[in-house]
Design a protein around this ligand. Sequence first.
Ligand code: RTP
Ligand code: MG
Length: 143
Amino acid sequence: MALCRTLGLLKPDITANPVFLRQVLAQIHDHPTLGIVHQKAVQWSAQDAQSFYAEHRGKFFYQRLCDYMTSGPFMALILEGPEAIRNWRNLIGPTHPIRARLSQPHTLRAQFGLTDTRNSFHGSDSIDTALREIKFFFPELQL
Ligand code: RTP
Ligand code: MG
């Protein structure tokens, strides 16, 4: 099966908490196929957040999403493995952590997510999105 790459974010609440960060990295390490091939710490300006989340402009949670993502540094990861896009989204779980705790309690958002917006993780949702998002965070890599 072809290797695939995806872009993952460990959002500011995870990155600010060394215990959570270590636990999350350990769970990624324990995944049978997903591996971290690049990682960097990022601090966004308001403009960066507005650019990355342009598709959500106008939605009721857009401003609080941008405020959350500019509240402190966070980690950008490139994850690689067969079906990495799907496997990473399966590992982080449903968008809404409170619902995830009932339906998929083993997922990262169920374990660590705080609210519908402060849900601690991001994962690209398609091959095209993954390519665009990897370029956004890692423009220095030759893809
Ligand atoms: P992501 O893009 O971060 O992997 O998450 P997703 O596909 O599961 O969710 P999406 O609909 O793309 O939303 C992007 C981010 O916006 C915040 N959000 N807040 N109801 C709300 O308050 C709400 N809905 C979405 C979350 O931070 C979500 O990850
Ligand atoms: Mg999304």
